[in-house]
Design a protein around this ligand. Structure first.
Ligand code: GUN
Length: 307
């Protein structure tokens, strides 16, 4: 069986169009929704993500601004910026791009963002809201995955879901969202014994571990839905051939850039054993950005209704 491709670009575009419509509706109050993105340091991957987020938000009619601080930034300076954005009435949503450079404790600054402007849902109050299944902003990647299930008609209720990875950004919140939608959820991590056997139980298998092609054919139940959040680099020709065979596009990309992206699941196994799967790239990535826009507008609307 060759699984159906879950096209994140297409699904993300539909979510973005809805967010743009909601942003237009909101702008009738006299101003567009406002997003402030804070980027500290010079991590190249973070810089690319932030550019993509700001571009997409502008296209959706969201007023977005990027605040770049050097890697040498000290805690009081970052705290001052966040306090200023917390007070700024034109800013509805604040995103502090992670990871922060060494020496800055992410949990301290995530807790400094006002919960009603916390577009990632990372503030401890919003984490509590997620655990208790109360309304609030949900982390963008897990929220995007759930929205994809909804839009694609993939049933969650009663399914067996296995989440590989227990990060605060993806694994933990995704497990909770699946649980709230009545899946039976198992969370795996680096100490899980016989990972393939646990993964094989899954009707819905979600991986977010950051290890190239770590889950193989022996970890995929025939007909499972596979959601691969991993974005890893295959950096040798041998790896590229192992993961993609003689795929000329992949080999060309590798020769041009020195790498090609691969998820946490072996791409051939995923395609051949799943009933549907998210490709890497072009699967989960666009959903994350789309949900950032949806969350931004939702925060703007919620603030406006309290004003
Ligand atoms: N770094 C990687 N993913 C994310 C995310 O979803 N939000 C933030 N703020 N930083 C990230």
């Amino acid at each position: 069986m060759a699984g159906k491709i879950l096209d994140g670009k297409k699904i993300g575009a539909a979510i973005r169009a809805d967010a743009a419509e909601a942003a237009r509706e909101f702008a009738r109050c006299g101003r567009p929704p406002g997003l402030a993105v804070v980027l500290v340091g010079d991590d190249p991957a973070s810089a690319i993500y932030v550019r993509g987020k700001v571009k997409a938000s502008r296209e959706a009619g969201i007023a977005s601004e990027t605040h770049r601080l050097p890697a040498t930034t000290k805690a009081p300076e970052l705290a001052r910026l966040l306090d200023r954005l917390n007070q700024d009435d034109a800013v509805d949503a604040i995103l502090l791009q992670l990871p922060l450079p060494g020496g800055l404790d992410a949990s301290e600054f995530l807790a400094r963002i006002r919960p009603e402007k916390d577009v990632d849902g990372f503030h401890p109050e919003n984490v509590g809201r997620l655990v208790a299944n109360l309304p609030g902003p949900r982390p963008c990647t897990p929220a995007g995955i759930m929205e994809m299930f909804r839009r694609e008609g993939i049933p969650v209720k009663g399914s067996r879901a296995v989440v590989v990875g227990r990060s605060d950004i993806v694994g933990k919140p995704l497990a909770l969202l699946l649980l709230h939608q009545h899946a039976t959820v198992t969370v795996c991590h680096s100490r899980t014994r016989d990972l393939p056997a646990v993964c094989r139980e899954a009707d819905i298998l979600c991986t977010a571990i950051g290890r190239a092609a770590m889950v193989g054919a022996d970890g995929i139940r025939e007909g499972a839905v596979v959601v691969d959040v991993g974005m890893n680099r295959a950096e040798t020709e041998a790896q590229v051939r192992d993961f993609f065979g003689e795929d000329p596009k992949r080999l060309a990309r590798f020769r041009k850039n020195g790498y090609t992206l691969v998820g946490d699941v072996h791409p051939v196994a995923m395609r051949e054993r799943s009933s549907a799967y998210t490709p890497v790239p072009g699967g989960v990535g666009p959903l994350t950005i789309a949900m950032l826009l949806a969350n931004t507008v939702a925060l703007a609307v919620a603030r406006q209704s309290r004003a």
